[in-house]
Design a protein around this ligand. Structure first.
Ligand code: GLC
Ligand code: CA
Length: 493
């Protein structure tokens, strides 16, 4: 397989709200990231993925973008952002952004115009439908609960795969595509090295909007069904690539759930739509079919098998991006380890598996010190809209408040979104003010500073792993070598 810079890279994911606050307002920012660039360089990081830092009303914490060209002032200015790109470059660190183009915010000027005038060009950037009766156009379920359809005061329904404040963009509209391509190229010209591409599989749907068989007591069917019944994603993704990424030497990683198996080559093969995509196979093992209330207990053998299978499938095709955690998942140390192994040794084992696998390793902020889940005592302690929705769903499905809370504590996206633990001082050294989301009280024991001075710490182990992976003597093997499972499952008789 061809050698590419990104295949030999280690990526670090930053959730900007929670990484480092430089001005005491309790929210992480660009200057905070700049302060920590030496730390990241020291960890052996080549690429930073920064979660959405665009203008946004933050209904879904930045995944609801109201202006793709402006950064959110809570993080600083566009100049600060450019300064960050430059400072990172000085340390040979590239920056990739989150590309959120399945939907935008209902506050985006396109949607605002479309709401006012059903006949304007912007109205064709979204999916609007009217119905004869007062019912939604069909029975599809949004990923954050309820129907995918919400209604405007003038009676039109509009479509949203996620929250009602995140209207889906119509990728079957050529003018919309042009606007998106223009924006992507604008950022590429600014020197960003690529994108993590959000919820991209959801852009395809059957726009005649038929009903599908219900899969839950609400009479609705899931977004997974919507995706699996649709076809033609390849044409759209190729068009996207040709007009943008292909013109630059960039790295793209798709957030792709439920792709059709035979599409792997088309997605991440040598001439694929993306450089790589995330391997979520281990994360899907604990997800409940209809919600967190149905989550399944973790089984270590199933984890190993999922990992082996994913590796084997990708081996002759392309490269996966390997993750233990991200901003949507609970902490790996709390999820993927049996109770007896939730200690430094267990965490190091996960790190070894993830960083030395074939594929592009991603480290999520705090993973490198073994940060753990946060134990909330009430639903009030969560910020994430998805968590609140899952809590309500669990109650509706008959869980007690305590059971619903236990599900959220295990699965909540806020587990990974709590502030980074830098030291044992107030608020873990993340802010001098009041953090936007409460710090995990275990910061007095788990933090960067204590681990710096301990040669056997998880942090120093991560440093050794990245150094080993990139050591000129081994880099070819770890990057382009073959994955051979040693201890395989014994087939059932
Ligand atoms: C992706 C993001 C998630 C977000 C959703 C909607 O799954 O990772 O955080 O809520 O898309 O944009
Ligand atoms: Ca700040």
């Amino acid at each position: 397989m061809k050698n590419n810079w990104w295949k030999e890279s280690v990526v670090y994911q930053i959730y900007p709200q929670s990484f480092m606050d430089s001005n005491g307002d309790g929210i992480g920012d660009f200057n905070g990231i700049i302060r920590k660039l030496d730390y990241l360089q020291n960890l052996g990081v080549d690429v930073l993925w920064i979660c959405p830092m665009y203008a946004s009303p933050l209904v879904d914490n930045g995944y609801d973008i109201s202006d793709y060209y402006k950064v959110n002032p809570i993080f600083g200015t566009n100049e600060d952002m450019e300064h960050l790109i430059e400072e990172a470059q000085k340390r040979n660190i590239k920056i990739i952004l989150d590309l959120v183009v399945n939907h935008c915010s209902d506050q985006h000027e396109w949607f605002q115009k479309a709401m006012k005038d059903p006949n304007c060009e912007e109205a064709s950037y979204f999916y609007f439908r009217t119905t004869e009766n007062d019912k939604e156009p069909n029975n599809w379920r949004s990923n954050f609960g309820g129907s995918v359809w919400s209604r405007l005061p003038d009676g039109r329904w509009y479509y949203h795969t996620f929250a009602k404040e995140q209207p889906d963009l119509n990728w079957y509209c050529p003018e919309l595509r042009d606007k998106i391509y223009e924006m992507i190229n604008w950022w590429l010209e600014k020197g960003v090295a690529g994108f993590r591409i959000d919820a991209i599989i959801n852009i395809q749907k059957d726009t005649t909007f038929p009903d599908y068989p219900a899969d839950g007591p609400d009479g609705l069917c899931s977004a997974d069904t919507v995706v699996s019944r649709a076809s033609g994603i390849g044409e759209i993704l190729e068009d996207l690539k040709v007009h943008t990424f292909q013109k630059y030497d960039v790295f793209t990683v798709g957030e792709v759930f439920n792709m059709k198996e035979e599409e792997l080559q088309e997605f991440i093969g040598e001439h694929g739509h993306f450089s790589t995509m995330f391997d979520f196979s281990q994360h899907l093992l604990t997800a409940g079919e209809h919600g967190w209330y149905e989550q399944r207990p973790f089984c270590f053998e199933a984890w190993r098998d999922a990992l082996f299978t994913a590796q084997e499938k990708a081996a002759s095709v392309g490269f996966l991006s390997n993750i233990i955690e991200n901003h949507d998942e609970p902490r790996g140390a709390s999820t993927f380890l049996p109770g007896y192994a939730q200690n430094d040794d267990g965490v190091k084992m996960l790190a070894t598996a993830s960083l030395l696998l074939r594929g592009v390793p991603f480290i999520y902020q705090g993973q490198e010190i073994g940060m753990r889940n946060f134990k909330a005592r009430s639903i009030e302690e969560f910020d994430d809209l998805n968590t609140k929705d899952q809590y309500e769903l669990a109650l509706r499905m008959g869980c007690t408040e305590q059971e619903a809370l236990t599900c959220c504590n295990r699965m909540s996206r806020d587990n990974a979104r709590r502030p980074m633990q830098w030291n044992a001082e107030d608020n873990a050294g993340f802010t001098t003010g009041t953090p936007w989301l409460k710090v995990n009280p275990d910061y007095t024991k788990i933090n960067v500073q204590v681990q710096e001075s301990d040669p056997d710490s998880v942090l120093n182990y991560y440093r050794k792993l990245t150094a080993l992976r990139k050591d000129p003597r081994y880099v070819q093997t770890f990057t382009y070598g073959r994955f051979v499972p040693v201890r395989e499952r014994i087939p059932e008789q």
